[in-house]
Ligand binder design. Structure first.
Ligand code: SAM
Length: 285
């Protein structure tokens, strides 16, 4: 994530029409971890913190099985809980609405996930402790928020569950790197693998997943990998610039003439932005 995207103009006919930041190498890794859980018979819920227009949520939703719950938590068009988060929202997600997320999601799935439209700080009151087999943390990229999201993920993850953190090493969001590697140093978060954009880890034993992943990677000539000792354990580095994405979820609008979404009305400024604008306009005392 590094810039504002313009609003999507039509119902998505293909997965590639959904705007977001979820690249082929990470699609392959999500698919690998989730298919492995299926093979292992590991059951549990799915959770995403930070959904935007649904790109990664739509993908994750394809791995949901009967009697499991998929929860997504996002502010969408609600006010952010503090000024730095509000500025982040204005800068990067100014035109985002829950309606746009839901329309995209329903183009690929019959039912919506459980949507928690709130700051991620509420998530431990909405999801059961120890219930989630896979958690994608991709909400605010500010240190204080990511730190809280990591604590929540640690509470909510099931034994042998996997946690993926977005943008853990990007130049524009040093707070994510600080929070994620801080958790490795202080909370027992165990790294398994990294791509250019995501960190995959667990609070359980990382070794079985790590060794199976190392057996699978040589079968993927489209991805380079290497292993480096980090914090006393082997970390798999994956470079997926040429990665070929796995089969994408299918849209119910595929092959149909694109249905334009109604012309957007000018978005209402977020409350905090409105507050700042008003402050700037009012005479100073
Ligand atoms: C990088 S985007 C998510 C991208 C999405 N996972 C994808 O793959 O396309 C980050 C999302 O986090 C949400 N967000 C930012 N701060 C948040 C907060 N404090 N609580 C909940 N959601 C937040 C934003 O509304 C935005 O939709």
């Amino acid at each position: 994530m590094s810039q504002t995207t313009s609003a999507q103009s039509a119902a998505p006919a293909r997965f590639s029409d959904v705007k977001g930041w979820f690249w082929p190498a990470d699609q392959l890794l999500f698919d690998w971890f989730l298919a492995r859980q299926e093979r292992q018979g590991l059951r549990g819920d799915l959770l995403e913190l930070g959904a935007y227009l649904g790109k990664s949520a739509i993908f994750l939703g394809s791995y949901l099985r009967e009697d499991e719950t998929f929860t997504v938590c996002d502010l969408f068009d609600s006010p952010a809980p503090d000024d730095p988060n509000s500025e982040e929202m204005d800068r990067s997600y100014a035109t985002l609405t829950r309606r746009a997320f839901e329309a995209n999601y329903l183009a690929f799935h019959d039912e919506l996930p459980v949507v928690v439209q709130a700051p991620t700080s509420v998530i431990t009151s909405r999801v059961d402790s120890g219930s989630c087999r896979f958690i994608h943390v991709d909400a605010s990229h500010l240190y204080e928020h990511v730190h809280g999201d990591i604590a929540a993920a640690r509470d909510l993850v099931a034994p042998d569950g996997i946690v993926a953190f977005d943008d853990f090493r990007a130049e524009h969001c040093p707070g994510v790197a600080a929070a994620v590697w801080g958790a490795v140093a202080t909370t027992g978060l165990r790294p398994i693998a990294i791509t250019a954009t995501k960190f995959y880890g667990t609070w359980s034993d990382p070794e079985p997943a790590r060794s199976e992943l190392l057996s699978w990677l040589p079968t993927r000539p489209d991805m380079w990998h290497g292993v480096e000792e980090v914090a006393g354990a082997p970390l798999i580095r994956i470079s997926g610039k040429k990665a070929v994405a796995p089969a994408a979820p299918r849209s119910r609008h595929e092959g149909l003439t694109p249905v334009p979404t109604p012309a957007p009305t000018a978005p209402k400024p977020r409350p905090a932005l409105a507050r700042r604008l008003a402050k700037g306009l009012l005479p100073r005392r």
